[in-house]
Ligand binder design. Structure first.
Ligand code: ACO
Length: 438
């Protein structure tokens, strides 16, 4: 018996089991042998919200939540944010290594030459109501794109997969910008392949009558940093959705639409939009203490605070705060910043937040920067989805190449009725306990 085992005594039967420990985990399937009788199903783990369950082995992103560490393929996030470009980071996430000059040139060329979308996709976007939320348009358009690329179903063909990866990373900014232009009733601004990935996105968003759009270098750089910080975050809710959908061997366009839907939720990528709404609702610095009181009374949560993994600080929030000041040099300071700073100051001193280890997360400042850069509120989750596309795809490829993986299919603890006879309609009474929402 190796020391790397866990001995379990089942007090129901007095039997003992030795279960191997590998990489600090035991296999949930090793518990299945623990039974009270031959026909017993065997022991399972109960872990709603995956609080203590590793769903995969991964080599992409490392997080130490207690120490506030985030690394992509071993490179610290602050070094990447300071020295790298978004496309280089996307390459790193997908290929495992930083590209050399030739690789980066080819990669950039490939992404740049897939930025256009089929003209019929424009008609899909045109079909949305004038005030449709851009994230809804974004998700739906990704699903629609799968119908334009039926070859994308060939997911075990490495060459084919590479092509879809180029297409997706290239087209998400175009879809996002077109959704925005549709929303405000402006003609679409087509990609400009002379510009950087981020510069071209700004061109597609904001170009008006100028014959050549020239992005402000400070804003372009801010977007680079924000894109790098948002590119991946290991097994978060939307990545889990991407892997779960991908495990059914769904094409990457459809799977990405599903991942984007998960990101849309206010507890995840929708939080940056909610932070801005919250700051506007607070309205002025003097109203902050009263707002914090209501949060502590449990009326609502402080958006942009707290994280499932980071219980010390979110390293991304620190970097973003610096970028905010660079952006305000160009755009002028957003008055909401003072409210945010006061909120942060009070919350970081308050016992309620300190005890629960609640710190500003990545979304706390990103929204203020986006607003200063003239992005409307409802574009914020879309701005998160653009860079996260490379992370979703890297995780999807890793899933497909992992022989441990199968279709994701959790178990349940069934607590409902067992076999009972069908009751004809005329004989039915609604039991008082039946939930109306069921
Ligand atoms: N404001 C006030 N109280 C909070 C907050 C908050 N933002 N977040 C957690 N708490 C409290 C909870 O009420 C709970 O208190 P209790 O122990 O007295 O019941 C305690 O802190 C623990 O909270 P959980 O919900 O168990 O923490 P969990 O890890 O499940 O949630 C989450 C993490 C969803 C991020 C949560 O902190 C939250 O809702 N934050 C606000 C939304 C947000 O900013 N989301 C963005 C996350 S970053 C991202 O996805 C990119």
């Amino acid at each position: 018996m190796s020391a790397e085992t866990l001995t379990i005594t089942d007090n129901r039967t007095g039997k003992q089991y030795d279960v191997p420990i590998e990489n600090g985990t035991i296999k949930a399937m090793d518990l299945r042998q623990i039974k009270t009788a031959e026909d017993d199903f065997g022991l399972m783990t109960y872990d709603p919200a995956f609080m203590n369950t590793a769903s995969c082995k991964s080599r992409i992103t490392f997080i130490d939540g207690d120490k506030g560490i985030l690394e992509y393929r071993g490179y610290p996030i602050d070094q990447l944010a300071e020295q790298s470009s978004y496309l280089e980071v996307a390459y790193l996430l997908l290929h495992g290594e930083l590209p050399n000059e030739t690789q980066l040139r080819e990669w950039t060329w490939n992404i740049t030459h897939h930025t256009f979308i089929n003209e019929n996709i424009k008609k899909v976007i045109d079909g949305f109501h004038y005030n449709a939320h851009p994230m809804g348009m974004f998700e739906a358009t990704l699903g629609a794109l799968s119908t334009f690329y039926p070859d994308a179903k060939d997911i075990f063909n490495v060459e084919c997969r590479r092509k879809q990866i180029h297409r997706l990373i290239a087209k998400v900014p175009t879809i996002a910008a077109f959704a925005f232009r549709h929303r405000i009733g402006m003609q679409y601004s087509y990609p400009d392949n002379d510009l950087s990935y981020e510069g071209n996105f700004l061109n597609m968003m904001f170009k008006t009558t100028e014959s050549k759009y020239e992005p402000d270098p400070v804003l372009e750089h801010a977007l680079t940093v924000l894109f790098i910080l948002h590119a991946d975050h290991e097994q978060n809710c939307s990545t889990n959705a991407m892997r779960s959908i991908g495990s059914a061997q769904t094409d990457p366009f459809s799977a990405l639409g599903g991942a984007a839907a998960a990101l849309y939720g206010p507890l995840h990528g929708g939080a940056n939009e909610m932070v801005l709404r919250m700051l506007k609702e607070i309205g002025s610095v003097d109203k902050v203490p009263d707002y914090v009181k209501r949060v502590k009374a449990g009326e609502f949560r402080l958006m942009g605070f707290g994280h499932r993994v980071y219980k010390n600080y979110d390293p991304r929030a620190r970097i973003i705060k610096q970028v905010a000041y660079e952006v305000f040099e160009v755009t002028g300071k957003d008055p909401l910043l003072d409210i945010a700073l006061e909120l942060e100051r009070i919350a970081l001193e308050d016992e309620y937040f300190v005890k629960r280890k609640l710190y500003p997360n990545v979304d706390f400042y990103s929204g203020i920067i986006y607003q200063a850069m003239s992005f409307p509120l409802d574009m914020f989750p879309v701005l998160f989805a653009i860079p996260r596309t490379s992370g979703w795809l890297a995780q999807w490829v890793e899933l497909l190449e992992d022989s441990d993986q199968k279709i994701a299919r959790p178990r349940q603890v069934y607590l409902g009725y067992r076999t009972r006879d069908y009751v004809p309609l005329a004989n039915r009474e609604l039991p008082e306990t039946q939930s109306a929402g069921a």
